[in-house]
Design a protein around this ligand. Sequence first.
Ligand SMILES: *[C@@H]1O[C@H](CO)[C@@H](O)[C@H](O)[C@H]1NC(C)=O
Ligand SMILES: *[C@@H]1O[C@H](CO)[C@@H](O)[C@H](O)[C@H]1NC(C)=O
Ligand SMILES: *[C@@H]1O[C@H](CO)[C@@H](O)[C@H](O)[C@H]1NC(C)=O
Ligand SMILES: *[C@@H]1O[C@H](CO)[C@@H](O)[C@H](O)[C@H]1NC(C)=O
Length: 305
Amino acid sequence: MKTSTLVTALCTTVAAALAAIPSSHNQQRSQQQPRLLHTLPPSPSHLSTHTHTLSIAAESVHGGAIFTPSNKTNITTATGTFIIPHARVPTAGPTANNSASLYAASFHVSIDGLSSSTPPCGAALRAGIDIIYDAAADGEQRPFAWYQLAPADAVGFANFSAAPGDTVRLTVTASAAQPGAGVATVENFGHLPAGKSSAAVLQTASVTVVGKQGIALCRRQAGWVVEDFPLPGLPDFPVALADFTAVTFGGLGVGLDSGRKVGEKEFVAGTRLVDISQEAQGGRLTKCELVRGERGVSASGVEAH
Ligand SMILES: *[C@@H]1O[C@H](CO)[C@@H](O)[C@H](O)[C@H]1NC(C)=O
Ligand SMILES: *[C@@H]1O[C@H](CO)[C@@H](O)[C@H](O)[C@H]1NC(C)=O
Ligand SMILES: *[C@@H]1O[C@H](CO)[C@@H](O)[C@H](O)[C@H]1NC(C)=O
Ligand SMILES: *[C@@H]1O[C@H](CO)[C@@H](O)[C@H](O)[C@H]1NC(C)=O
């Protein structure tokens, strides 16, 4: 995917308050590596009947960039590249240095499934990498690469492995002919020297996913986000967010119906930034921004606070 914007989406963790996970969680875990539950946002009807709509709306499990195209067209493909960060225990806040907890963060490139309000879309196509720190299992776990046509569960890419520090490119492509199908691809470029952006792909895994009958993508959102998903045993509580320090999604590309690629100006105009905010974990947990890369206007740094 050669055509991409020069804009990158950068998120840093605000390594502040992170709440404890209920300790019962540790007892429920099996010997296997823990996995996140890759949920969809609750439907609008569910939200509007909730008595605490306002406080729910202020909560967010997404940090990153979300692009919405004009109403005249739909998204067919989204791609982005990033370096897999390490999962670390936050050093500040209520759960700092808690040796009996699990921390995680999920980075994904996706079509749909990023907001609960518009449009009422009950499906999402995603490719992602989860990072997990599990004090009960020697600390940092191997990153988990997965794809998903939600609401079906996420599935691990077979025959693919990646380590923190590896540069990976994730791409999702919705089928134009079949509303509930698509392709998810992950490519690993390995550990690149600082500043090197083009390199050979060392490993690729690509899967065609077909949703159950009745599943249809709206193709109205492309996202490059870090998400605070829950754990299977505790679906109502986003996991304590790992301190990932910073992640930069580069090579942001969006393809539209008719094969047209979104240019930089259109991308910036159609993109909004979101941050993870969880009251139970101390408020805002990420600081995300769009940064113009390479030949662009300026590169601004961000400091976690
Ligand atoms: C696009 O469609 C949405 C949903 O129907 C609507 O809210 C919005 O105003 C439309 N935007 C434009 C520019 O027509
Ligand atoms: C976008 O996709 C939706 C859902 O498949 C479809 O109803 C709509 O007509 C499409 N819009 C355009 C402009 O093609
Ligand atoms: C956590 O550990 C780090 C490194 O040892 C230390 O700098 C920090 O003050 C600790 N934080 C808390 C809240 O204990
Ligand atoms: C696994 O990946 C390697 C390297 O990409 C490839 O050579 C091999 O054929 C793959 N095996 C399977 C079973 O897909």
